[in-house]
Design a protein around this ligand. Structure first.
Ligand code: FAD
Ligand code: UDP
Length: 367
């Protein structure tokens, strides 16, 4: 028998939260990750120029869950941060999500809030039922805004037309009649003060937790080194666990192009600028906005969507979800394994939702 009771595959939010909860409850835990660092996609590090960056793309923490915020607050202090995005259309940077000011700038209008609401009411194309992401946007802002801000961004990001994606994808983006230009309106919006890597290190710093990096679970399994654990928590892609026996679940990937600009205090006015209609990338993020770091240079990242590469996004479509269900049913029959997280549950989860799912999974395991 292995003296470590629980094996956790993946040291991202899902794996680290479950590990800490079980360790606090007196269980002994081995966490393995094939990457050379903890934190999963939320990992951050200082680049060669001394700027704190997110190698796997910008991660902005926001939540309405007091429980999730309190739980994470055991491992980090916070730096308040409200994310703001501009969308560049026809060479002009507009406030995004679309709000009253976006309308007034774009169409040369002078609408007040009631006027903006009336404008949307006039141009919207009512859809019933609202099934796809195309339905969501046409139903709220009509065709011109759809084509300028959503259609091409979505095609680029997913390689699919908005009509081919479930409503939930575009429904992440609100439409506002007031001038609120924040990307999120959650009650808690803050970044870990000393970075994500430090928060994860604190989470996993426990006498009952051992971490092994650069270890691929699938190799462990081939060697039989996964035997002897009372339970396994898997946070990688669920289809990989089952050796793709029903076929591959599609995930969308990204290529990140990082760049440092020496002697440039500020590259852009807000954290992220979206480019729906131009370029191969979807957006540029400047990290110093997110982290509050002071530095005479600045570091930015461009995100190029692609089909191949590390799995980053489950693709919310009915057929993919049906395929996932088949794997989920197989998973439910495995009493010694739990599947937790964005890849294992095939859900377009934000970080706080993964923490919530991991806390729920840990509760089940403890009882
Ligand atoms: P992951 O972070 O993917 O962790 C899974 C881990 O398992 C990985 O480290 C992987 O190496 C490991 N693993 C997989 N298979 C194996 C194996 N066979 N053997 C060993 N290890 C294995 N959320 C927000 O709330 N705000 C944001 O601003 C935000 N921005 C994002 C931007 C991008 C570009 C992306 C891709 C995601 C973003 N997210 C954001 C979502 C966020 O990244 C996820 O919700 C969260 O990190 C998922 O945590 P996880 O533990 O489920 O998965
Ligand atoms: N979206 C868009 N235009 C934008 C921003 C977003 O069409 O300028 C759509 C697109 O389909 C995107 C989805 O809304 O994938 C969700 O956007 P979000 O910024 O939440 O994506 P994430 O940060 O998860 O990549």
């Amino acid at each position: 028998m292995n003296s470590l009771e629980v094996l956790i595959v993946g040291a991202g939010f899902a794996g680290s939260v479950v590990a800490r909860e079980l360790a606090d409850a007196g269980r002994r835990v081995l966490v393995v990750d094939r990457r050379p660092h903890i934190g999963g996609n939320a990992h951050d590090e200082v680049d060669a120029h001394g700027v704190l960056i997110h190698p796997y793309g910008p991660h902005i923490f926001h939540t309405n869950s007091q429980r999730v915020f309190d739980w994470l607050s055991r491992f980090t202090a916070w730096l308040p941060y409200e994310h703001r995005v501009r969308s560049v259309v026809g060479g002009v940077a507009y406030p995004f999500p679309i709000n009253r000011r976006t309308l007034n700038m774009l169409y040369g209008l002078d609408l007040d809030e009631a006027g903006a609401a009336a404008y949307f009411e006039r141009v919207r194309e009512a859809r019933e039922p609202v099934r796809s992401s195309e339905d969501v946007v046409l139903n709220s802002v009509g065709r011109d805004l759809y084509e300028k801000f959503f259609l091409h961004y979505t095609r680029k990001q997913w390689g699919l037309d908005p009509s081919e994606l479930k409503a939930g994808v575009a429904a992440r983006i609100p439409v506002r009649c007031n001038d609120d230009d924040r990307y999120f309106t959650d009650t808690h919006q803050a970044m870990p003060r000393d970075g994500y890597a430090s928060m994860f290190a604190n989470m996993l710093d426990h006498p009952n937790i051992r971490v092994e990096l650069g270890v691929d679970f699938l190799d462990m399994r081939r060697r039989g080194a996964d035997r002897g654990f009372a339970h396994t928590v898997f946070t990688g892609p669920i289809d990989a666990w089952f050796e793709y026996c029903h076929g591959r679940l599609p995930y969308r990937s990204l290529r990140f192009e990082h760049e440092h600009l020496a002697d440039t205090e500020r590259f852009q006015e807000t954290g992220t600028w979206n480019y729906p209609n131009d370029h191969g990338f979807t957006r540029i993020t400047e990290f110093k906005h997110l982290t509050g770091q002071k530095h005479r240079g600045t570091s930015i990242v461009r995100e190029y969507p692609q089909a191949e590469g590390d799995p980053y996004y489950p693709i919310p479509r009915a057929d993919n979800e049906a395929l996932y269900k088949r794997y989920e049913e197989m998973g439910e029959r495995e009493s010694a394994v739990s599947f937790v997280g964005r890849l294992a549950q095939y859900r377009y989860y934000n970080m706080d939702q993964v923490v919530g799912a991991a806390l729920a999974a840990a509760e089940r395991l403890k009882s």
